[in-house]
Design a protein around this ligand. Structure first.
Ligand SMILES: *Cc1c(COP(=O)(O)O)cnc(C)c1O
Length: 410
């Protein structure tokens, strides 16, 4: 008899985005002429930077030439890309990360899930609430939790609420925590962490021998010069943190797939028999065994993001989305909605008007304005009463969405 991983059965069946799709499809079926604008799922809409396209074309031609053809590449990624990352993303900000501490991958979503391969079963794991659902669900799949309660909180996880009441800045946990997931700029709330906030976490992790899993997928959206782009801008973080980065939102790679994870060599963990083990070595072993690297063509494309033209073009993309975020924010504020985020991030997080629940507001917005957003409660119990709008869309759609939103609220 075949046994399945029964942890999967604990996952909440009505996962957020399928449920949204179900409601949208049913609406469209009964209103075939409605022009629905989707500001729900966080996916980019604008084409890749030209510099990236050019580099990928050239790489395709190399692959068709016997003398330049490449087979399997290094599982950790090509040096040409790792070197550029070390220089542009870290050295330029005063952070020393060596190229061989950078592992190229096909996505941060995969890496934030896969990282659990090298961690033990008995960690006390903390997440913010609301949270990017991947952190929670991968822990459920790995058997690190019990079952979910009626509000969707899994037994065994430690939830740190972030709401308007605490300025979306979590309190430090008041119970032991061994692993903490942080995501800044944050998905879903769009808020950022100051240097002081991150320092507090690094100090906490150092004191409690905890590990910080830092997701910086949206770092390119930071415009405020005081806000750190990397956890490693905080002194001592290299001994307690793994950082996840991605080209998905920074350069439009959601469908092209390239990301990287930084595992510093100074990140050591003590085993049950008091041995010191390097997480860098474990991750290297894990990747060499279960991963065969990212396509050469895609890595050449990612490398081109760091060329002068690539930098200029990807910065223009980010500026475009940030302008969308500003239009959403200002448009909502103008009709009295409380709005958070959307300044150094592509997400606008709003308090639902008239005490609507998140899902009731979803239905209201869909039925009356033909707009789709994401109910805050889908990201965690503390997201109830909030709603996320994504700035990833055309200018035309954003402007039209603001008009429709204002019409139903005012
Ligand atoms: C979009 C996103 C990512 C990027 O995932 P990829 O697999 O690299 O596309 C990572 N973390 C968060 C929180 C995200 O929203």
């Amino acid at each position: 008899m075949t046994a399945v991983n029964e942890n999967f059965l604990k996952l909440k069946a009505g996962y957020l985005f399928p449920e949204i799709a179900r409601r949208v499809n049913s609406f469209v079926e009964s209103h075939p002429d409605a022009q629905v604008i989707k500001l729900g799922i966080g996916d980019v809409t604008e084409p890749l930077p030209q510099a990236v396209i050019k580099a990928m074309h050239a790489a395709v031609d190399e692959m068709g030439d016997r003398s330049k053809f490449r087979g399997y590449g290094p599982e950790q990624g090509y040096a040409f890309l790792r070197d550029k990352i070390a220089e542009h993303d870290f050295a330029s900000r005063g952070v020393t990360i060596s190229a061989d501490e950078i592992f190229i991958s096909d996505g941060s979503k995969c890496d934030t899930g896969n990282i659990l391969d090298i961690l033990g079963k008995d960690n006390h794991i903390a997440v913010l609430d609301p949270v990017y659902p991947v952190y929670v669900d991968t822990n459920v799949m790995a058997g690190h939790t019990g079952s979910a309660d009626s509000e969707g909180r899994y037994q065994g996880l430690i939830y740190l609420p972030v709401t308007a009441e605490n300025d979306f800045t979590p309190e430090l946990p008041d119970e032991p925590v061994d692993v903490i997931y942080l995501c800044y700029p944050n998905n879903p709330t769009g808020v950022v962490a100051t240097k002081e906030t991150l320092t507090k976490w690094v100090e906490y992790a150092r004191e409690h021998h905890a590990l910080i899993l830092f997701d910086a997928a949206y770092e390119a959206f930071i415009t405020d010069p005081e806000i750190p782009h990397s956890i490693y801008e905080i002194e001592g973080a290299q001994e307690v943190a793994i950082e996840f980065r991605s080209f998905s939102k920074n350069a439009g790679f959601t469908g092209t797939r390239c990301a990287f994870t930084v595992v510093p060599k100074s990140l050591m963990v003590t085993t049950s028999t008091e041995k010191q083990v390097s997480l860098h070595q474990l991750w290297n072993r894990r990747q060499s065994t279960k991963f065969n690297g990212v396509s050469y063509i895609v890595q050449r494309g990612a490398e081109a993001v760091y060329s002068p033209e690539g930098q200029e073009q990807s910065k223009a993309l980010i500026a475009f989305y940030l302008d969308n975020a500003r239009l959403l924010r200002e448009g909502l504020e103008a009709v009295g909605i409380s709005v958070y985020g959307g300044v150094n991030a592509p997400y606008v997080w709003l308090k639902t008007p008239q005490a609507f629940t998140s899902w009731d507001f979803f239905d209201e917005l869909l039925n009356k304005a033909h707009l789709v957003g994401t109910p805050g409660s889908g990201f965690g119990a503390s997201g109830e009463g909030y709603f996320r709008l994504s700035a990833f869309n055309s200018r035309e759609n954003i402007e039209e969405a603001v008009k429709r939103f204002q019409k139903i609220v005012s």
